[in-house]
Design a protein around this ligand. Sequence first.
Ligand code: NAD
Length: 260
Amino acid sequence: MSLKGKVALVTGSTSGIGLGIALALAQAGADIMLNGLPDAAAADAAIQKVTAYGVRAGFSAADLSTSAGARDLVRATHDELGGCDILVNNAGIQHVAPIAEFPDDKWDLILSLMLTAPFQLVKAAAPAMQAKKWGRIINISSAHGKVASARKSAYVAAKHGLVGFNKVTALEYAGTGVTSNCICPGWVLTPLVQQQIDALAAHDNLDANAAKSKLVLEKQPSGDFATPDQIGQLALFLCSDAASQITGTEISIDGGWTAQ
Ligand code: NAD
């Protein structure tokens, strides 16, 4: 499949799942707008990996916890790369605490970044996709968009909210050539999850491997992580003509987590 001539904006793509998706789309020929809040070395490394596929890459450190940041990012994608045919809403963070102790500012930050930013990005990007009669919106939700875990109230609320927002997007753009879908990963070994492994190791006095196994097996029957590349390949499929009638769905890639 070729995405030559298409431009993909992937939020939070300097690391983890977002980078995996950016590389899968770049390998298929799409020009890529990278985004994230990394140090300069990580941003340069991401740009180099993408351009190694012979495509154009832009980078923006737009802070997507603000609506202005989200709007600016779409504008920058059009200015630098000439359009935005594929939008991947991926940027995210985690904070783990019981509701009674959950800090208000963390709740606001998670909801802003992981629910309001996708709304602002779709609002800014989808009309031009509709005008071109082709577009792909891919929202990275989570197993936590379908089921809950204790101590992750803001994250679970944002991911469930994203599943609902995705359905509305799909209905409003149905028949226009623009599709909107959620990918719902289970555990993927990225910096976001490494923090949780480190916290578990410290809390339960486990070594790194034991903590990793305990974390995965508690939720994911396959006993193994999915990889950023596997998420990227699923995103790539959703960009194909074969997926033109897939819209408004939430597709799990979770080793059986939500089958339970
Ligand atoms: P990660 O920490 O590796 O990457 C997060 C990315 O988001 C980075 O590029 C970071 O710079 C960017 N980011 C953070 N705050 C930002 C902000 N305010 N503005 C712009 N960019 C910002 O995390 P990951 O594990 O790759 O997670 C990516 C997405 O996948 C998240 O939405 C996460 O909820 C979701 N997810 C992850 C897993 C998993 O197991 N890792 C499972 C399900 C869903």
